[in-house]
Design a protein around this ligand. Sequence first.
Ligand SMILES: [Zn+2]
Ligand SMILES: [Zn+2]
Length: 225
Amino acid sequence: MPADTIRITPIPLGFVNAFLIRGKQAVLIDTGNPGSADRILHALGEQGLAPHDLALILLTHGHGDHVGSSPVLREKTGAKVAIHIRDADALRTGRGPNLTGTNALGRVFAVLLPRPIRGFEPFEPDILIEGELSLQPYGIAGKVVPTPGHTAGSISVVLENGAVFAGDTIMGGMGRKGKPRFPLFAEDAARAKESIAYLLGQAPESVYTGHGGPFSPAELRAVFP
Ligand SMILES: [Zn+2]
Ligand SMILES: [Zn+2]
């Protein structure tokens, strides 16, 4: 395998996705709801990886459906957990950032969503991200970029091979691919729009989303011209 080859393995966990990215080392993006650790470790095993082969657990933001299995996975793999500093308090309280609906459906969901998305076992992250973060030290040709809006500490991953991991900055379907759309929830909708424009400005070849997806540039242009 050439040095710059990156292998991407989506790990579907019900209505939310985690992702394993592998270059010279392996990085996990998001950890699903509480109770998802065994499925994630199984996915690692299918890729021929032992738990301790995981170099980093990177959280796209502080909502429970993305961070819920982090404490267990950290214990079982020894990998450090990284999150943007502005969503770190969500991990410490175990409540996750507020859900602010961006449309009628989002406002209904914000009230009705079950507890697993709202709450999880509190934990202290190991690495606090502030600006951009190169993934070179973890064997991945790419970087973390702040993409605030869905939450204040939302981040995305931009790889040199054209793959982008947008977390909930761009949303697809719940459990199905769906169509790309503006997130149902945003702490700051104007900034979320700017973050989407920024990601599309990176000329991605493929955008992987926390729910549904992935999406091609043509599918994204049809929704975010
Ligand atoms: Zn979210
Ligand atoms: Zn989500």
